[in-house]
Design a protein around this ligand. Sequence first.
Ligand code: GDP
Length: 295
Amino acid sequence: MFNSLQDKLESAFKNLKGQARITELNVAATVKEIRRALVDADVNYKIAKDFTDKIRDKAMGEKVLNAISPGQLMVKIVKDELTELMGGEEATFNAKGNPAVILIAGLQGSGKTTFSGKLANYLKTKKGLSPMLVAADIYRPAAMEQLRVLGEQIGVEVYIEPENKDAVAIAKNAVAQSKAKNKNVIIIDTAGRLAVDEAMMTEVSNIKNAIDPQEILFVVDSMTGQDAVNTAKAFNDRLDFSGVVLTKLDGDTRGGAALSIKYTVNKPIKFVSNGEKMDALDVFYPERMAQRILG
Ligand code: GDP
């Protein structure tokens, strides 16, 4: 993950490490290399520029020039700013309710159904909750079947109405059922499309309005770089979601999505998905991610 970004940042810090005397020129060169590394990692230029302007100001303010180990001080400044860029503190995730209703949205293929299964598994095994999964993708029978199989695998009930072509009605019926069955959290997997599409957005908004979810998680494939960020913006404009799930972080992703999403939509990343197995899910910690990026 983020291998190329890691290598480029490491090489940027070489300008400062082991130098007897650091000059403003050294700092400027490092800052420029950091900016290039971010842009190469598919971070939008404006975000990269804002980020490195801050790094430069802090480096000058914190007297990197006179520090005993300027390289180390610079790494710390970059780590702190990366943490901030990705949201600072760990985000909260609210799964308390009667039932807690969690709506999952995103493009087709982003990893929504897989994530829905993982989240149910996480809430069941790690939080001791009694979840129910809901298949609200009325267009693709394969998606319903996929969720049914995942539910079976993790021992979580899946609510399906194969003949019902009204996703809003399915979601409402599922909430009623979950109450009858004493489930304390329900996770609704909605239909995605290959690209942002008005009909899809209207349907998800209608589901949102009908069931008033306490968490709306937007799922996005981290491999899609700046597209991921544009998609996040489109979904957030319509849904005002509560958090982001980044998927496929186990792949060869460059890092742009992880670094740009919070800045763009001002919503926290809450989970990361890093594999196809049901336990390949992590809560997102900005500081740990920043540490990993810096190697
Ligand atoms: P949906 O259309 O949004 O519901 O997407 P799916 O959950 O069906 O996922 C699309 C494909 O991506 C499937 O082949 C999944 O197995 C795969 N997938 C989902 N999440 C991850 C992940 O975190 N890592 C990897 N490597 N593959 C994933």
